[in-house]
Design a protein around this ligand. Sequence first.
Ligand SMILES: [Zn+2]
Ligand SMILES: [Zn+2]
Length: 248
Amino acid sequence: MLIQSDYHIHASFYRIRPEGAEAGPTAAQQQTAARAVGCHYVGIIEHCNTSPKHPFSCLEALSEEYYSDGFDRQDTYLGVEADLQDDGSDACGEEGRKQLRLHYIIGSVHLSPAIITTLDEYLRVEYHRIRNALTHNRNVDCIGHPFGEGIRYERAGIIPRWGYDLIPDEYLQEILKLAKEHHVALEINRCDLQNEAYRRFWEAVRDNHILFEIGSDAHTTGKCPAVVERTQWADSLGLQEEYHWKPL
Ligand SMILES: [Zn+2]
Ligand SMILES: [Zn+2]
């Protein structure tokens, strides 16, 4: 049985919001919500990228909450979700990691049809960023939602249906190989649990003893339960706790 854990929970209190907009949850509020749905290990993060919504000072404020006297750090870790660049570097870097006293970094690719118009080009760019991060960047512990933006191309009407079967198999095989070689965890997130190719990908993670973690990607307390179904699904596939990534 997997120990239900969620390492992808946004404390979205720590971002710049438009005047009058409701504040997002703090680290303490997200921790309470995650524990309430049964998470044993909890990982609190926020975005680290060049968006004006996410200045580095917001992450400093998050780190301050985490390391404050009143915060219960039992089985709770601090990370960031850092955008990956084309060369595989991440927006946080080793300096940022040290400065924020992070336990881990999730490296993610955030793209959309507004930035890259075709699915093929999107898949190619995401693949290269992940491949370069896995090969060259030892600052990244986990790859967040691999190819998780594909669904946006369906929603935008660019493709009739999104699924892992649309990803060139050589991309998936190379990512599996590099994740294993460099001990980087792959993240179960934005799932298409009914998709056959998606299931096969995670069965390969299972069979090759590749590290994985499971994230709700909750930006509000109400989204924290998403990890429950994903963990049950991973359990039903036979993914083993031994390879369930944990921050050191
Ligand atoms: Zn993300
Ligand atoms: Zn996220």
